[in-house]
Design a protein around this ligand. Structure first.
Ligand code: DQA
Length: 149
């Protein structure tokens, strides 16, 4: 049987601390809790999820390239603070042909001024932000729709 279609879910710096980190902004779910919710929804849809986190910008760049090379159906990318600083992530997203969906737990537009600019959003297919862990599930739905799955 052919491999299931795969969706990468990539998480950037400090997201390993979810649950403990500013819970009034990011909620009480850990990243493992969110991974479990996304994996359950993906299983129902018949797709595999490759869910990863790194505090290092270059890992996210490498994983975007890998997702493209392995013909993943889409990438859901919560780049954390690199969202607002990383020309390398902008270039990586522009360099690949699979869709990237920007994800945030919080709504960066309703926070500090420096969060209003997003290099990721400038290159991504679209953005989902402000719904806590549910942002990931909404982004998964968008990715499945885009891929016709
Ligand atoms: C975040 C928003 C970013 O501004 C912040 O730097 C994060 C988390 C979010 O999911 O709401 O680390 O990406």
């Amino acid at each position: 049987m052919a491999d299931k279609p795969t969706i990468y879910v990539l998480n950037g710096p400090n997201l390993n601390l979810l649950g403990m980190r500013e819970p009034e902004i990011y909620g009480h779910d850990t990243l493992d809790d969110i991974a479990g919710q996304v994996e359950d929804a993906a299983q129902d849809a018949g797709v595999s999820v490759d869910f990863r986190q790194s505090n290092h910008e270059g890992h996210l760049v490498d994983w975007l390239h890998e997702a493209n090379a392995l013909e993943a159906k889409a990438v859901l990318l919560n780049a954390g603070a690199f969202t607002h600083t990383s020309v390398a992530l902008y270039d990586a997203i522009k360099s690949i042909s699979i869709p990237v969906i920007e994800v945030h737990l919080s709504n960066p537009h309703a926070r500090e001024e420096f969060r209003r600019h997003s290099y990721v959003g400038m290159a991504a297919k679209g953005s989902i932000a402000g719904f806590g862990g549910n942002s990931y599930l909404l982004a998964l739905k968008a990715a499945l729709d885009l891929a016709g799955l």
